[in-house]
Design a protein around this ligand. Structure first.
Ligand SMILES: [Zn+2]
Ligand SMILES: [Zn+2]
Length: 268
């Protein structure tokens, strides 16, 4: 399983990174490459096009309805609706129930759709806590996590390899369950100890991400969702103080090749 970091800036796009978006690739037993996009936050549709042709996407999964995780679906919808290819079909989008209304509310396309353009290029599927579904060879489990809005983390498994993504969350049991034994745990660390203590139930710090990784016994912890105003060395040091396993601070365009032996190639 290969993970491309498209954008990893926390809470809003930063000067050197778009907001959250990750591309997951996996080849099935017949040799067919599957491509699933996990979140498409503000600014991320641009750099995505440096990695793949978005027309090659098989599905998108959206963790929650904060703009730094879904807003660039508006660009993807225009891309899909107006594309010169007529064989694209509807793109499956898995997300919270309110996602279709949010996207159409931003686009405001009702009544202004030219002839020949798809009015509904996306095929929406609603996520719920404990939901399990598959996209090609990828088996996906969704868990509700602790955030001010309905929010999910994901656990993806294929051919014995497990990749877990926190989404946005503070410490919670569901996060530990999602991450349990994962070969790669992509975990947000949007806050830092001390500075952000007055906010609870919103984000993890590097320390709390490291503690979750230690409890879950993950192969590698990859910290993400660091806002532009935070020195990434701080959450990294916090995590290292409580977790002895390998830890990476993700950067835009990083590639993680995840294997069930908990080793990745291409990661810094
Ligand atoms: Zn976020
Ligand atoms: Zn959020």
């Amino acid at each position: 399983m290969r993970i491309h970091v498209i954008g990893c800036s926390g809470s809003f796009a930063g000067p050197t990174s778009a907001a959250s978006s990750y591309l997951i690739e996996h080849v099935d037993a017949d040799g067919r490459l599957w491509r699933v996009l996990m979140d498409l936050g503000s600014g991320a549709f641009g750099p995505l096009q440096n990695v793949i042709d978005p027309a090659d996407l098989d599905a998108v999964i959206i963790s929650h309805l904060h703009p730094d995780h879904y807003l660039d679906l508006t660009g993807l919808e225009v891309f899909w609706a107006y594309h010169s290819r007529t064989d694209l079909g509807k793109l499956p989008i898995h997300g919270p129930a309110a996602l279709p209304d949010r996207v159409s509310g931003v686009l405001g396309r009702e009544g202004h759709i030219p002839a020949g353009v798809s009015a509904a290029p996306f095929d929406y599927h609603t996520l719920t806590d404990g939901h399990r579904f598959s996209i090609g060879p990828l088996e996906i489990e969704t868990r509700a996590v602790l955030h001010p809005v309905e929010a999910y983390g994901f656990r993806l498994t294929a051919d014995g390899v497990t990749f877990a993504y926190s989404g946005d969350t503070d410490s919670c049991e569901a996060l530990d369950e999602l991450a349990a034994g994962a070969d790669l745990f992509l975990c947000e660390a949007g806050y830092i100890e001390g500075r952000d203590d007055r906010f609870t139930g919103v984000h993890l710090t590097g320390r709390r991400a490291g503690e979750a990784a230690a409890r879950a016994g993950v192969g590698r912890l990859a910290l993400t969702h660091i806002p532009a105003w935070t020195d990434p060395g701080i959450p990294l040091a916090e995590a290292r103080a409580v977790h002895t396993g390998p830890i990476t601070m993700v950067q835009p365009m990083d590639i993680f090749d995840v294997s069930c032996s908990s080793t990745e190639e291409g990661a810094p």
